[in-house]
Design a protein around this ligand. Structure first.
Ligand code: HXC
Length: 258
């Protein structure tokens, strides 16, 4: 069936997904989330695609959260049975790196979606926040967990309890976003960054991504053991041989994703 809430296109080895409900500031609806997860998984299964960029249409919002008007009448049982937006959990089993290019408001579920991606590049005009408290609810897609890990307890607590927003520059200082770029350059920069990743060996990229993620889920000693085992295992690949041989020969490596 045709996509109605997102746009997807290929830019060489990069898959680009644009959240596309501009009249609702790209608010997440069940259809938008279903389409997003479906297309991310499709790119992940495509051997030609080495990185994915997710951004928002228009210059105002990445996503202003879950669709408040659609959520307002839902009962506890509606939420429980529909597992509202639970499909987003499936993004954590995607091996292809996903970059969030945050081009404006990333609020509530929009901030949570950005934090679910592997890293965030932000326009200088971007604003981050978890304003759910002002709606009589709380974050439900990781906002109390990932935001707290990213910006620290005190500032996360303040923003979750007041619903205030954080500027792109502060988000960068605190480590929530990797880099801030002028709004007009954001998409080009994100595609270029994704292209750099897509030019590496895909299986090795997936291993590196897994290791960084493990840092958030385990003790240091356990994480170091995990990293060492994966590091040794890269020496069983063609691409480690090719990469190091190319360095020695002062050539560009020809990775085969093997
Ligand atoms: C539905 C939304 C929306 C949203 C904006 N719109 N955000 N519709 N859900 N989350 C709609 C507005 O109703 C309006 O529609 C149009 O988009 C433009 O928005 P305005 O408010 O007119 O723009 P502006 O005055 O510039 O304010 C921008 C804003 C504000 C600060 C981003 O829109 C805002 O506060 N939005 C809600 C942010 C929020 O609370 N997010 C958290 C949602 S809860 P009309 O038809 O009037 O033109 C959540 C929970 C996730 O995300 C957990 C799920 C499990």
């Amino acid at each position: 069936s045709p996509l109605t809430c997102i746009l997807e296109e290929r830019r060489g080895p990069v898959g680009l997904i644009t959240l596309n409900r501009p009249k609702a500031l790209n608010a997440l609806s069940p259809t938008l989330v279903r389409e997003l997860v479906q297309e991310v998984k499709r790119f992940d299964a495509d051997p030609e695609i080495g990185a994915i960029v997710v951004t928002g249409s228009g210059d105002k919002a990445f996503a202003a959260g879950a669709d408040i008007k659609a959520m307002q009448p839902l009962s506890y049982m509606d939420m429980h049975k529909a597992r509202l937006f639970g499909e987003l959990d499936e993004l954590s089993s995607v091996r292809t790196p996903i970059i969030a290019a945050v081009n404006g408001f990333a609020l509530g579920g929009g901030c949570e979606l950005a934090m679910t991606c592997d890293f965030i590049l932000a326009a200088d005009t971007a604003k981050f926040g978890q304003p759910e408290i002002k709606l009589g609810t709380i974050p439900g897609l990781g906002g109390t967990q990932r935001f707290t890990r990213a910006v620290g307890k005190s500032r996360a607590m303040e923003l979750v309890l007041t619903g205030d927003q954080m500027s792109a520059e502060e988000a960068r200082e605190r480590g929530l976003v990797a880099r801030v770029v002028p709004a007009a350059d954001l998409l080009d920069d994100a595609l270029k960054t994704a292209g750099k990743i897509a030019a590496q060996s895909q299986p090795i990229v997936a291993m590196a991504k897994t290791c960084v993620n493990v840092a958030f889920e385990t003790s240091l000693a356990e994480g170091l053991r995990f990293e060492r085992a994966i590091f040794y295992s890269t020496f069983a690949t063609h691409d480690q041989k090719a990469g190091m041989a190319a360095f020695a020969a002062k050539e560009k490596p020809n990775f085969k994703n093997e």
